[in-house]
Design a protein. Structure first.
Length: 189
């Protein structure tokens, strides 16, 4: 049994590049490429399950190996994904540039690969970052560029612009912050 993200389905996914193209995955598969790789090793697929872009396939040893047709969908899906991400990245860079020009005092919600990517590739590091916030207790108390990472309660009596930099949970975090009834301006990237 093998479970992988199906990159032939990535074309319309809104998640940012660090979510899909990072050090955790050094090979990228689709249904057909996974079938091909395992056929090379004498295995055939006997079952499949999909959940969003997650693909789980079950294989068994066989004497009669069948190779699938060439995968043509994945390259198109990945190209489409990168086109959309480049457009999104340009919009994000412009937004961050504007926050820098306005001199907004920011609290960055998130400490993962997405925010690290933004700190390295945009003007975010040149903005007035007051603190970082994260639900992850392991991150709380640490420092990123001399700014402390706090738990969400830190924002209770503050009036900053909160820049939510979470690949998968941006809207969930926004609802969490709204439920706290703070006076913070909220921007979800």
């Amino acid at each position: 049994m093998i479970s992988v993200p199906d990159y032939s389905q990535i074309g319309n996914d809104p998640s940012s590049i660090p979510n899909y193209f990072n050090l955790e995955h050094i090979n990228y598969f689709s249904e057909k490429t996974l079938d091909y790789l395992l056929a090379l090793n004498g295995l055939e697929r006997i079952a499949q399950m999909r959940a969003g872009v997650d693909l789980t396939q079950v294989y068994r040893k066989t004497e009669k190996v069948k190779f699938p047709d060439k995968d043509t969908a994945t390259e198109q899906a990945i190209c489409s994904y990168f086109e959309k991400q480049n457009e999104r990245e340009m919009q994000t860079k412009e937004l961050i540039k504007e926050l820098k020009i306005q001199g907004e005092e920011l609290v960055i919600w998130g400490t993962g690969s997405y925010v690290m990517s933004l700190l390295a590739t945009t003007d975010l590091l040149q903005c007035k970052i007051k603190a970082f916030v994260d639900n992850n207790k392991i991150q709380q108390g640490r420092k990123i560029y001399n700014c402390t990472v706090y738990p969400p309660a830190y924002l209770k009596d503050k009036e900053y612009t909160v820049l939510i930099c979470s690949v998968l949970n941006g809207n969930v975090i926004k609802k969490q912050l709204e439920a706290m009834n703070t006076k913070n301006n909220i921007i979800v990237l």
